[in-house]
Design a protein around this ligand. Sequence first.
Ligand SMILES: Cc1cc2nc3c(=O)[nH]c(=O)nc-3n(C[C@H](O)[C@H](O)[C@H](O)COP(=O)(O)OP(=O)(O)OC[C@H]3O[C@@H](n4cnc5c(N)ncnc54)[C@H](O)[C@@H]3O)c2cc1C
Ligand code: SF4
Length: 485
Amino acid sequence: MADPRGFLKTRERELPARRPVPVRIKDWKEVYEEQDVAQLQRQAGRCMDCGIPFCHSGCPLGNLIPEWNDLAWRGDWRDAIERLHATNNFPEFTGRLCPAPCETACVLGINQPAVTIKQVEVTTVERAFDFGGVEPLPPERLSGKTVAVVGSGPAGLAAAQQLTRAGHTVAVYERADKPGGLLRYGIPEFKMEKSVLDRRLHQMTAEGTRFRNNTTVGVDITAEKLMKRFDAVVLAVGATVPRDLPVPGRELDGVLQAMDFLPPANRVALGEEVADRVTAEGKDVIVIGGGDTGADCLGTSLRQGAKSVTSLEIMPQPPADRAAGQPWPTYPNIFRIASAHEEGGDRVYAVSTTEILGDEQGKVRALKLTEVVRNDQGGFDPVPGSERELPAQLVLLAMGFLGPEQQLAEQFGLETDNRSNIVRDRSYMTNVPGVFVAGDCGRGQSLIVWAIAEGRAAANGVDAHLMGSSQLPRPIEPTDRPLTV
Ligand SMILES: Cc1cc2nc3c(=O)[nH]c(=O)nc-3n(C[C@H](O)[C@H](O)[C@H](O)COP(=O)(O)OP(=O)(O)OC[C@H]3O[C@@H](n4cnc5c(N)ncnc54)[C@H](O)[C@@H]3O)c2cc1C
Ligand code: SF4
């Protein structure tokens, strides 16, 4: 185990410093500074190697956390990355972007601050890249079987890497010009620089995975052709249909879905020219929705030079600590401060938009909102007399996603459930033999760590379908849900 007295000697939880706000909002680089390695190792040494490591079940990938905490504490980075990669294809993504449900399930977290698991994870993989410990792992033998993966987000990439390494010939079809899914054009550079994604894609290409970008399955190549051309197909097309806001004024110029705002912003941040893109510069911006997407709109707007940014959330402000009904080791709904929140803007809770107001040219000029309270049916009632206007020249809708686009499912002849997600069985296969599903398009809008776990598990299903049995790991069942209340 890591230092047997570590958690007694080092009681503080130490994380790397975030770059000063006035500096970091002037660029798009990642927010965190590098952490002193000795400090990180002391933190890894706080892991108690407790009898039942609840962090394992907190992590959807089942990451072997106490094992690599111990190896990191000893400075054995080579074995540490080997243990980390045993369960996670892309620890550099999760180590930056995961909300770390492992940490809220950490046993030390019962009466002390939890071990900085996510930070040990990202440091381990970054050191491994630095010393050349992340090499391509091409298969020794080819199976002669072919697989098409549709969609190159974390689910598609994980499935493709697992299947390529198992010896199958894998082509990843992506409608965007570059692979990565939301990792590339949804998540901003200040949360994860795209060079981190490209570095992993180089490894995958060297292993033999082929990428077919700018190809929309269902349009450029039909479902029928794809199924004929390949022995199996994995759909990992994400949950891309956004929830809308059906209020008067929704059609006004300057009211945008977050995913119509973030991708062009990300492209411009990387030096590309984007014609007619909408910018927050000099504007009062209102972001409706308080999740990851909302925080990304906030950080992006501030970097573009917004005059003000206000984030609206219909739910009341969560408590600072675990509520009684959300005990350890569940992932509690508490007030969290993402790096973007630290950078500016106001967060307004328990409000609902009633109307969006425009000027004579049809451009948004303000938003009308009312305070709300929860009613007995689980809905929200307006508080009489609380209606007010907030000025806005840009309104961004970040209220979540409803599921995958239905046309593709229809073309493949796939069954969908009442939430419009694609139905799959325990092996991640749909009602069409040989067609599998992984990630947000099967699970519904979720997280990167779940997408990777799904991609790995679906690869096991595909491999077993093609070969009769499979040695590939299967971290989760399609029905597994997070340790949330
Ligand atoms: C703005 C934003 C920020 C987020 N931040 C975080 C975060 O910080 N941490 C976290 O854990 N999660 C975050 N999430 C959620 C996370 O990004 C998703 O859960 C995850 O990316 C889902 O992975 P996926 O592979 O299933 O789908 P996606 O990443 O959505 O990838 C799907 C891919 O399929 C492609 N595609 C779709 N249809 C076709 C077609 N017909 N032909 C070819 N290609 C197609 C799409 O272009 C896309 O590249 C965020 C989501 C958003 C929107
Ligand atoms: S992937 Fe997420 S939950 Fe799993 S160990 Fe890393 S930070 Fe924790």
